[in-house]
Design a protein around this ligand. Structure first.
Ligand SMILES: [Zn+2]
Ligand SMILES: [Zn+2]
Length: 815
């Protein structure tokens, strides 16, 4: 039976109730045994457990939860996992701060334990937020990358890639964060504008003349191994091949020509240092220059820096500038804004050091990455080029080793005698070489049996860049290819160069296949001041605050409707409030309907009237438009179409236009009332179905109170998505006419300060067009009934009165 909805309802409590019931009833559980329904897999990003599920996450998760819900209703067996990407520096730093310790002061096991506790606590908080947002995750698929079982997969992927020749160990320049004391990948280097000075420094030519060289980094003078000029730079052509003496140190270096030099920078003569930046790395390789490494892992000057040894980079810069000034070797200095590469985590300027590290060959895959990027559907389309451009811009392979503790260990040992690399066998995994020896008796090369472990660990992205295969069940399920490639990879545009890229190269290298078929890209959330939302900007809004005030359904409407997919979306309380009002409107309309349908029998045959047909025809068009929008991941369009139909067409126009039929069957006939009931029942059901992916809670509540008894689905979220039916052009035409006239009359009543429910003694409608007049006659009762006209007359002349906006040839007159 249809239950009468209560007037007052605590929407927040309703949401919490359903969140609990959904988990208990396991309606979102993926059915591994179902071979009939098509599968739809979502490569849910495993977030880093910072402890805070912020509005950016809300936007991201709302996007793909809407997809999951829509696809489920479209008949897919939806695979919607959730993992947690636990390892990494941020946790190490926060644990150190929390306990006031340095990670080197306790044993690695002890430190790891503290990190796990910390991550677990944060995961708990974030999981609650994901549930609070109403995400239809299958929690039986939950995983954490810090669990040994996940290590096993990460390590297996390392071993397989090693065997395939994709992984190598080499001495190579790497980006190095002196603050964090670890190598970092290109993707972890951020470029920022920093103020600094460009110093014009005198080097000495063999004839005693000065050669002026401009640099922002005078502390690298001891690392200078050459001076370079452009081969076509006339100013220096005669000097190419000569030697020049570097100041303070007196060492002589050669002047070389290279067209990588920008003649417009400084004086056109630049110093090549090992290493100031990536360009230096190229120069050194190309001209086979020697190395002078004068900065160490802690960001201090080495003994190569002579009397500056032991100083920090900053101290050294200051002191060298002072010394140069004393010697009269600084011609001038100008203040400049320069682009500096900094560590993504701590914002310390990165240095380029030469280190023995583990690398994955990624550049050889660039051609494949580009080809696959074209096979993939991108929403929005242009995001494809972010991946391609990034892949092409890389000039180094991916450095995958890190000098940290809380990470997946590299399953490698070295023979203490001959240095042979021992790689773990797949059946040894998971394994921590720092605590466990290789399961062999002796070194296969020299026969000795002493091994030392690799103490470096893997980059966190090495864990999380195999999720598409892991979600599918690799390597344990034989049928994992059924769920691979993933149907949808959702991500923010800011991490295409990491997340989407690493997934791509790893799966290409491991399986020769792209990891995902579609990419759904979300923009960033902006604060109320239009800047990126950030705690330090004072424009930060916590998701929990929004949930508490207006609930998840209103918040999700902000996320869905805030802007086009992929664009930056400002957070606006007004948008959330608008969503809240929409829910109230829907509830009130549903409540009205529930009261009008007390004696309703859905099996009873009815004959729809023109106005009913008009509504159903418009609804059919809405189904078509909303379906198309969901298919294209255009959530803002889907929401807009649903809201316009529900609010304007259904509530403001249709319900008002059938009240007289519902209230006065003795005048308009019982059949007419039944037809209106039938239309209300069906239309509301379709509305809540269309809205269910966006507002899962309120729609579930209405469904259970009004429809579950007859429809018999355990949830609206497993009911089949509505199919459009044929449109009725004539009914739409007549209905539009009636609606336009009714709203003109209502406006006219309002302007005369008459209550809308007040009676009109006589209503005259002037319609000169004979055909329109005939059509109007078919809905004349509806107009009279809705407008409470005691007498109504259609007059086939121009007449005097208020013009109907949409039909300027029609006038109405209230008497
Ligand atoms: Zn750092
Ligand atoms: Zn050996």
């Amino acid at each position: 039976m249809i239950e009468e909805l209560p007037k007052e309802v605590d929407f927040i409590e309703v949401e919490k109730k359903w969140q609990k019931k959904w988990i208990e009833s396991e309606i979102y559980k993926f059915d591994w045994n179902d071979r009939e329904r098509p599968v739809f897999t979502i490569d849910t990003p495993p977030p880093y457990p910072s402890g805070e599920f912020h509005m950016g996450n809300v936007l991201n998760w709302t996007y793909f939860d809407m997809v999951a819900r829509y696809k489920r209703m479209r008949g897919y067996n939806v695979h919607f996992p959730q993992g947690w990407d636990c390892h990494g520096l941020p946790t190490e730093v926060r644990v150190e701060r929390l306990y006031g310790i340095k990670k080197t002061e306790v044993s690695p096991e002890e430190f790891r334990k503290l990190c796990i506790e910390f991550a677990d606590k944060n995961i708990k908080a974030m999981k609650e937020a994901v549930i609070r947002l109403g995400c239809s995750i299958d929690w039986s698929l939950e995983y954490k990358t810090m669990d040994p079982d996940y290590w096993r997969r990460t390590q297996l992927s390392f071993v397989l890639l090693y065997r395939k020749g994709f992984i190598y160990r080499d001495v190579h320049p790497v980006n190095w964060c002196p603050r964090c004391g670890t190598a970092i990948a290109d993707a972890e280097v951020e470029y920022v504008e920093r103020k600094g000075y460009l110093y014009y420094i005198k080097f000495k030519l063999s004839n005693g003349e000065p050669l002026i060289i401009a640099t922002t980094r005078p502390e690298l003078i001891p690392a200078c191994v050459a001076v370079a000029v452009h081969p076509e730079d006339k100013r220096y052509a005669h000097l190419i091949g000569e030697e020049v003496e570097i100041p303070i140190f007196g060492r002589k270096v050669r002047i070389i020509a290279d067209n990588m030099v920008d003649p417009k920078f400084g004086t056109g003569a630049v110093m090549i240092c090992t290493y100031g930046d990536k360009a230096d790395v190229k120069f050194v390789a190309k001209h086979d220059l020697q190395l002078m490494l004068c900065i160490n892992e802690e960001g201090r000057m080495t003994e190569k820096a002579g009397k500056y040894a032991g100083m920090t980079i900053e101290e050294c810069r200051r002191t060298i500038v002072e010394d140069l000034e004393k010697l009269g070797l600084i011609e001038r200095a100008e203040e400049v804004e320069r682009e500096v590469g900094v560590c993504w985590r701590c914002k310390t300027p990165i240095e380029i050091l030469v280190k023995k590290q583990w690398f994955m060959k990624t550049r050889i895959l660039t051609g494949d990455v580009e080809r696959k990027a074209y096979e993939i559907e991108w929403y929005p389309e242009y995001m494809r080029y972010r991946l391609i451009d990034w892949a092409k811009s890389l000039d180094w392979d991916w450095v995958i080793s890190r000098q940290r503790i809380f990470a997946t260990p590299i399953p490698i040992w070295y023979c203490e005698n001959c240095g042979e690399i021992i790689v773990a066998e797949p059946d040894w995994l998971p394994i921590d070489p720092r605590t466990t020896s290789p399961k062999i008796d002796k070194c296969p090369k020299c026969g000795e049996n002493k091994f030392k472990p690799e103490t470096d660990v893997l980059d966190t992205w090495f864990d999380s860049s195999i999720t598409c295969a892991v979600h599918a069940g690799w390597p344990d399920r034989e049928d994992w290819r059924r769920l691979f490639p993933s149907d949808l990879h959702p991500s923010g545009y800011d991490i295409i160069r990491t997340w989407a890229y690493y997934l791509m190269v790893r799966h290409l290298a491991l399986f020769g296949e792209k990891p995902y078929k579609r990419c759904l890209i979300n923009g960033m959330v902006l604060g109320t001041d239009g800047r990126m939302m950030h705690k330090s900007y004072g424009n930060y809004v916590a998701a929990s605050e929004v949930f508490e005030k207006y609930g998840a359904d209103a918040t999700r409407q902000w996320a869905a409707g805030g802007g086009a997919t992929g664009s930056d979306i400002p957070f606006r309380w007004s948008e959330v409030k608008h969503g809240w009002r929409f829910i109230r409107k829907l509830w009130n309309a549903s409540r009205f309907i529930s009261m009008q349908l007390k004696d309703f029998d859905p099996k009873e045959k009815v004959e729809l009237e023109i106005v009913d047909k008009w509504l159903m025809s418009k609804l059919s068009k809405t189904i078509r438009a909303v379906t198309e929008a969901f298919e294209k991941y255009a959530f803002n369009i889907a929401l807009e179409r649903i809201r316009i139909f529900t609010w304007r067409v259904f509530c403001d126009q249709y319900i008002e236009a059938v009240k007289h039929r519902l209230y006065n069957p003795e005048i308009y006939g019982e059949k007419s009332r039944k037809a209106a009931q039938h239309t209300l029942y069906k239309a509301l059901y379709t509305i809540i179905q269309l809205l269910a992916p966006i507002c899962p809670h309120i729609t579930e509540e209405i469904y259970h109170r009004m429809y579950a008894w007859e429809k018999n689905y355990s949830s609206i979220h497993v009911s089949p998505w509505p199919k459009p039916w044929s449109v009725d052009v004539e009914a739409e035409e007549i209905g539009d006419l009636a609606v336009a006239i009714i709203s003109t009359i209502r406006r006219e009543k309002a302007s005369r300060r008459m209550p809308l429910s007040s009676k009109v003694r006589k209503l005259k409608i002037y319609v000169k067009d004979k055909e329109k007049a005939e059509k109007l006659m078919k809905v004349i009762d509806d107009i009279a009934g809705t407008c409470k006209a005691e007498e109504i007359e259609v007059i086939p002349t121009e007449g005097e009165g208020v013009t109907v906006e949409e039909y300027p040839s029609i006038r109405i007159r209230i008497e």
